[in-house]
Design a protein around this ligand. Structure first.
Ligand code: SF4
Length: 344
C-alpha cells in the first residue's frame, strides 16, 4: 500500500483512532486501520471538495461503511437518500442496478459506480423483452418488479418493490394475481405471505440461494435461544425455519426491538459485520454468504472514481427509460401507503 501521504502524522493518528473504534469489533487491529487511514482521509476530503455523497449498501465492506459512507442502508433506504440529496455527485457503493436507481431519481446529477463489474445475478436474469412477453401471456395482471432489476426492466413494469415493502405493495395491488419478477424464491415467499397467486420468474440471488435448511438447523442446535433472521431472497424451505423473514432493514428493526442476544443473519456477510459493530453487546453467529459483486467495491476504486472517474463508471440512461422507470419507482412510494383500485 502507498505510504506517502498528504496528511500529517497527527491527522493519520486521529483517523486511525476513529476507524479503530468501529472496526475493532470485526477483528481489525489498530495497525490495519492505520494502513487505510490515508485513503479514508483523502476520500472524505475529496467528497467535500466535489460536493459528493457516498451511499453504501449494508453488504459493503466495513471499512467503506464506517470509513467513508454518508448513508448506509438497503435498496429502499438508499433510494430515499438518493431522492433527497442536494449533492451534485452520488458515488454509489453497491451494485449497478442500485446506481441506476439513483440516476433515475436524480437524472441531472452525476452518479458514479466505482466498478462497472458490480452486477447482480437477479438483475441479469431478466430483460425488458422477457417482461413484455409475460405481459402478453398474462394480460391485465399487474407487474411488480423487485428493485434488483435494470432500469430497462423497471421501465416496462407497473411498480417497483424492495424487500422492505414487497409484501405491503403486493397486497395493495388490485386483483388476486400478480406477476412478480425476477426472484423465484421471493415470489414463492410472497405467495405465502400475501395469499395472492404470484406468477414468478426463474431468477435467483447467487448468495442467498446458497443457504440450506441444514445451516439453520445446525445453528439452532449449537446456540440454544438464537434468533434466526433470513432474507426474503432465501428458499422457502429455509424461510420456514426462521424467526423472521425480512429485508436488511427489517432485520435491524427486529434486533433493536429484541435487544442484546445471539443472532444468525441468513444473508450476505456484510450485514453481520455492520451489525457486530453497531450492536457490540450482541453476538452474530453461523454461516453467511459473500456476494462477489458487492465485494468488487474497494476504498481504492472509490478514491479513483472520485478523483477522475472514467466515462464507463458514470451511469448514463436514455431519457425515455428514465421517465418510464421513474414512474414505477414513484408508484412504489404511493402504493406502499394503501390499496389502489387500478394502476394510474
Ligand atoms: S447479494 Fe444477491 S441480490 Fe444482492 S447484489 Fe449480490 S447477487 Fe444480487
Amino acid at each position: 500500500m502507498e505510504t506517502k501521504t498528504m496528511f500529517s502524522e497527527e491527522e493519520i493518528e486521529k483517523e486511525t483512532d476513529r476507524l479503530y473504534e468501529h472496526l475493532q469489533e470485526v477483528g481489525w487491529t489498530r495497525e490495519d486501520c492505520k494502513l487505510i487511514a490515508p485513503l479514508t482521509l483523502e476520500i472524505n476530503k475529496l467528497k467535500k471538495e466535489k460536493n459528493a455523497i457516498i451511499l453504501a449498501h449494508s453488504y459493503m465492506r466495513p471499512q467503506i461503511i464506517f470509513g467513508i459512507a454518508d448513508h448506509v442502508g438497503d435498496s429502499y433506504g438508499l433510494s430515499k437518500a438518493a431522492k433527497e440529496t442536494d449533492a451534485e455527485i452520488i458515488v454509489f457503493c453497491g451494485v449497478e442496478f442500485m446506481a441506476e436507481t439513483a440516476k433515475i431519481l436524480n437524472p441531472d446529477k452525476t452518479v458514479i459506480i466505482p466498478d462497472r463489474e458490480a452486477g447482480c445475478s437477479l438483475a441479469d436474469s431478466i430483460t425488458a423483452k422477457d417482461v413484455l412477453e409475460l405481459k402478453k401471456k398474462y394480460p391485465g395482471i399487474p407487474v411488480a418488479c423487485y428493485i434488483n432489476t435494470t432500469a430497462e426492466v423497471k421501465a416496462v413494469c407497473d411498480v417497483c418493490v424492495t424487500s422492505s415493502n414487497a409484501e405491503r405493495i403486493l397486497k395493495n395491488l388490485p386483483g388476486d394475481k400478480v406477476i412478480f419478477v425476477p426472484d423465484k424464491h421471493m415470489g414463492r415467499n410472497l405467495a405465502k405471505s400475501t395469499g395472492k397467486e404470484i406468477i414468478i420468474w426463474d431468477g435467483k440471488c447467487i448468495a442467498h440461494d446458497e443457504f440450506q435448511e441444514e445451516h439453520v438447523k445446525e445453528v439452532r442446535k449449537m446456540f440454544p435461544g438464537v434468533k434466526i433472521l433470513a432474507h426474503a431472497e432465501c428458499d422457502p424451505s429455509v424461510v420456514s425455519l426462521v424467526d423472521l423473514v425480512a429485508g436488511t432493514s427489517g432485520m435491524i428493526k427486529y434486533i433493536k426491538e429484541h435487544g442484546a442476544g445471539t443472532y444468525m443473519l441468513v444473508t450476505e456477510c456484510g450485514l453481520s459485520d455492520r451489525l457486530q459493530v453497531e450492536f457490540p453487546e450482541s453476538k452474530f453467529v453461523g454461516t453467511c454468504m459473500i456476494c462477489p459483486y458487492m465485494k468488487k467495491i474497494t476504498l481504492k476504486k472509490i478514491l479513483d472514481a472520485l478523483k477522475n472517474p472514467s466515462p464507463d463508471l458514470i451511469i448514463e440512461l436514455r431519457p425515455e427509460v428514465i421517465e418510464k422507470a421513474k414512474k414505477s419507482l414513484e408508484r412504489m412510494f404511493i402504493i406502499e401507503k394503501g390499496p389502489v383500485e387500478k394502476i394510474e
